[in-house]
Structure formats: structure tokens, C-alpha cells
Design a protein around this ligand. Structure first.
Ligand SMILES: [Fe+2]
Ligand SMILES: [Fe+2]
Length: 212
């Protein structure tokens, strides 16, 4: 059932159990997106030589709480001690990333903090987040099911050149969409964008100019 292109077996998690849970809690269209994120996270992890199993598990579990009702998201976040800032209070859906990490921990016994952080960071990012979080963040916005516009295709290519550059450009892409659709913007999206923009610029400055 639902094989991955890679032949990875999880050693710590029962993937079929997670898929069965998703089938009961998430509509089929979203499951397709989740599997797309899982696959793209594995592809990027392969490219950047990051732990494949961690990438696959974080991809598979990143949207566990996507369809929880706002009240449930608020309650679960509160009980777990997640900070509920004014933008998240106004738009509790933003908490689905943190709450998905809580479900991964409590229901599927995920204990790896890098995996839990990658799940929690997949919507807003976080300044200074590690490569695993970066690839899950990028896979969430750029998996093939998101469409084939020239802008998305361009971002997919950048992903394989530089995670830092792909990160801030993907934030720009999301920010443009939020501005155009008059949606609330969480300050952490901007902080994430600025952090990776500066990191990419510093790296560029540190690269000696090519000589003929
Ligand atoms: Fe999500
Ligand atoms: Fe997602």
C-alpha cells in the first residue's frame, strides 16, 4: 500500500500505522500532498546527505493535525505549553504545525527532537533552523502536487543548489501570496526569511570571485 519511490523501511516507526491514522483523520487529497512532501524530503535528504529516515518521518507526519478544529488546536497547544502569540490566537490553524509535532510525540512515540522540530517548523520556519527542518519546510511548499508554475519550477531547482537561497526565496513566494490574498502574516515567516537571506548573502560574500 502506498509505496515510496525510495525503498526505505522505518526502523523506529510503523509507517502503515501512520498511514492508517491519516486515512481516518485527513482527506485523500491531503494524503497525496503528505506523500509528496515525504518523497521530496527524502529526495532532498539524499542530495544533502541528511538522515533519510528522519526526513521521511517528518515529511509523513508534518500535517497530522491539519484538520483539527481551531478550538482543539488551541487547547492542545496550551496544554503542551506552546506559546500562543496574537497572530496564532487570531488564526489557530497556524498551530497545526506545533500540534502535529505533539501528535507525533504522543501518538506515534516519536522522540527525536530534530524530527519533532522539523514538523513544528514546517509552516513558519524558524531563524537558525537546521537542514532537516529546511528540507521539510521546502518540501511542504514545493512538492509536485503544489503545481507546475514557472516560479515553483524555479524554486525546485534552487532547492538542489542552496538550501539557504531556496529558503528565503520560498518565504518570498509565500509572503507574496499572503499579501495578494490579504491574509495575516506571522512575524516568524519574516524573521525566517531575513535570517536565511542574510545567511545566503554572507556565504556569497565569503565565496572568492571566479577568475578567468
Ligand atoms: Fe501544514
Ligand atoms: Fe503540508
Amino acid at each position: 500500500m502506498l509505496p515510496l519511490n525510495h525503498s526505505l523501511e522505518f526502523s523506529t516507526i510503523d509507517r502503515e500505522q501512520v498511514l492508517a491514522w491519516l486515512a481516518d483523520n485527513v482527506p485523500p487529497k491531503r494524503i497525496k500532498h503528505i506523500l509528496g512532501v515525504e518523497q521530496m524530503a527524502v529526495d532532498l535528504a539524499t542530495h544533502y546527505q541528511i538522515n533519510l529516515e528522519k526526513a521521511a518521518i517528518a515529511g509523513l507526519m508534518h500535517d497530522l493535525a491539519k484538520y483539527f478544529k481551531p478550538q482543539k488546536l488551541l487547547e492542545m497547544a496550551q496544554i503542551a505549553g506552546v506559546e500562543i502569540d496574537p497572530i496564532s490566537a487570531a488564526n489557530p490553524h497556524l498551530l497545526h504545525a506545533d500540534v502535529s509535532a505533539i501528535v507525533a510525540r504522543d501518538t506515534f512515540k516519536v522522540t527525536d527532537t530534530e524530527v519533532l522540530d522539523a514538523i513544528a517548523n514546517h509552516t513558519l520556519g524558524r531563524p537558525g533552523m537546521n537542514e532537516l527542518s529546511c528540507i521539510v519546510f521546502l518540501a511542504d511548499t514545493l512538492e509536485p502536487g503544489r503545481g507546475n508554475t514557472p516560479e515553483l519550477e524555479h524554486l525546485r531547482k534552487i532547492c538542489y543548489q542552496s538550501l539557504d537561497k531556496a529558503l528565503f526565496q520560498t518565504c518570498d513566494y509565500s509572503l507574496k501570496f499572503l499579501l495578494e490574498t490579504h491574509c495575516l502574516i506571522h512575524p516568524r515567516t519574516i524573521a525566517t526569511r531575513n535570517w536565511f537571506l542574510q545567511k545566503a548573502q554572507k556565504k556569497q560574500l565569503a565565496t572568492p570571485p571566479k577568475t578567468a
